[in-house]
Design a protein around this ligand. Structure first.
Ligand code: CA
Length: 224
């Protein structure tokens, strides 16, 4: 059964971004736009995890966090303002398990979400495989056959995204949304640049191409 995530966030743009991304990853997502109704939703049908914004109308995120915490051991991931260090301290004091600072890329968030959910689960899935590619999510090691491949953080995130959705055509829009985040605007060729980096590294020993271009749409991880 799909794990349930409750998102309590009053900013519609971010709430939609989270709903879209988390649904795509196979979670059941519920969104509440303020603290009161968020708290009620969490009590009525306890989710597997809560993503909680700090700045909310009415009851703020800290108060919601304290009340949720008092009610049980639900994992809570807080969304805080950029670089607000006192916020982090306050977050942990009110019982948050982890936090992500805004603005964030979806891949940063999903890594934290999975880590928190893993703590409450027994089965861990830390290795992703496709063809002769292996990606270890825990150690961040990537190999093709026996050859070890060094990737930057963004390259790793991009490859991991492909490996979670093998043989699917991922549109440029979706990839931007997921790897560069909701704050990433305008025309850019940064994705093409990163695809080129990845291909260069993955095909260094003359191996066949695994990241295919789907003309006019995007890219897909599949064998030629
Ligand atoms: Ca807010």
């Amino acid at each position: 059964m799909a794990e349930r995530i409750l998102v309590i966030e009053d900013e519609q743009k971010i709430a939609d971004f989270l709903r879209r991304g988390l649904t795509y990853e196979g979670f059941t997502v519920e969104v509440r736009l303020d603290g009161e109704t968020g708290l009620k939703a969490a009590r009525d049908t306890p989710p597997d995890l809560v993503i909680l914004d700090v700045m909310l109308p009415g009851l703020d995120g800290w108060e919601v966090c304290r009340r949720l915490r008092a009610a049980g051991a639900l994992p809570i991931l807080m969304l805080t303002a950029k670089d607000a260090v006192p916020d982090r301290v306050k977050g942990f004091e009110s019982g948050a398990d982890d936090y992500v600072t805004k603005p964030f890329a979806f891949e940063e968030l999903i890594a934290r979400v999975r880590a928190l959910l893993r703590r409450t689960r027994t089965v861990e899935e830390t290795i992703a495989r496709f063809a002769d590619l292996t990606l270890n999510v825990t150690t961040r090691e990537v190999t093709r056959g026996t050859r070890k491949i060094d990737l930057t953080t963004k390259e790793f995130d991009l490859l991991y995204f492909f490996m979670r959705h093998p043989r699917q055509v991922l549109t440029r829009e979706l990839i931007y949304d997921r790897i560069w985040g909701y704050d990433f605007g305008g025309e850019s060729n940064i994705l093409e640049v990163y695809i080129r980096y990845l291909r260069t590294k993955l095909e260094q020993a003359g191996e066949p191409r695994l990241i295919q271009t789907v003309r006019g749409v995007g890219y897909a991880l599949r064998e030629e």
